[in-house]
Design a protein. Structure first.
Length: 270
């Protein structure tokens, strides 16, 4: 079992690997590959639930998928993403929602999309025994404010704000930081300035680790961001297999004799 301490110990020594997973078979594959951290991301909304953004994802949605992943994972640290408005509104509700992921669903830590409003909450969660991964830079739950998913921290003031927030969340006790879609030189600066490991997505090669959405990494997504790399072509594989199945049924070549079983008990059926 990977712990948050193993993750912090690995940082600076060897790159930390992280991928999302939302269901049992994917978690099994990702875990078997030796990935350090599995994130049950609220990207679930886009990858698996058919939403256009992550905003409609509920705590119940997250809980169901976190449970599927923790039941299948033997080695990786499992981090549960906290969905839109499940944290940062009311402190007691934030703690209850985050706590549910550990207490009922077996997660090891939670991730929060961070800003000035999550510093105290991070401290409180950590005090209570809920390890926090802080997510800075592009935070997709702000899509309506951004009007899309633009790169963040691209001028001095915005970059300084990200560095300050990183420091504040480190001081609050976050065990790691996700840096999403920021200039690689800013990510390098945050990584150099902080003890806390940084895990980048669209943030260049200098972070202590990397994360991708698994659907993007294996080539299942219909669309993926420019900073993602496709390491496989699962979508093409599935399209070809499903096409072959349809053709086989239509042509009568499936099921064949080896897929069919008669029962001798039914000799008198007619
Ligand atoms: O929801 C998610 O998958 C994420 C990662 C992209 C960091 O937040
Ligand atoms: Na997310």
């Amino acid at each position: 079992m990977t712990t948050v301490r193993d993750v912090t110990a690995k940082a600076g020594d060897e790159p930390i690997t992280m991928l999302t997973a939302y269901d049992a078979p994917t978690a099994d594959i990702v875990d078997e590959a030796g990935v350090d951290i599995i994130l049950v991301g609220d990207s679930l909304g886009n990858t698996s639930l058919g939403h256009d953004t992550t905003l409609p994802v509920t705590v119940d949605d997250m809980a169901r998928h976190v449970g599927a992943v923790t039941r299948t994972t033997d080695d990786a640290l499992v981090v549960a993403d906290m969905p839109f408005l499940s944290f940062g509104v009311d402190k007691a509700a934030s703690i209850e929602n985050a706590g549910r992921m550990l207490k009922e669903e077996g997660a090891d830590a939670v991730k929060l999309e961070c800003g000035p409003h999550t510093v105290d909450l991070t401290e409180k969660l950590v005090q209570l025994g809920i390890p926090v991964m802080a997510h800075l830079g592009l935070t997709p739950q702000h899509v309506n404010q951004y009007g899309g998913y633009p790169r963040q921290g691209t001028d001095q003031a915005a970059a300084a704000q990200i560095l300050d927030l990183a420091r504040e969340h480190e001081a609050a006790g976050a065990f790691s930081l996700v840096l999403e879609h920021i200039p690689s030189n800013l990510a390098a600066e945050v990584t150099a300035e902080l003890e806390t490991p940084t895990i980048g997505i669209g943030a260049g090669p200098e972070c202590d680790g990397q994360v991708l959405v698994v659907d993007d990494a294996v080539g299942l997504s219909e669309w993926s961001p420019s900073f993602a790399k496709q390491f496989g072509s699962v979508r093409e594989e599935m399209e070809s297999a499903v096409g072959d199945y349809v053709e086989a049924v239509e042509s009568g070549s499936f099921p064949a004799d080896e897929h069919s079983h008669e029962s001798t008990d039914l000799d008198e059926i007619y």
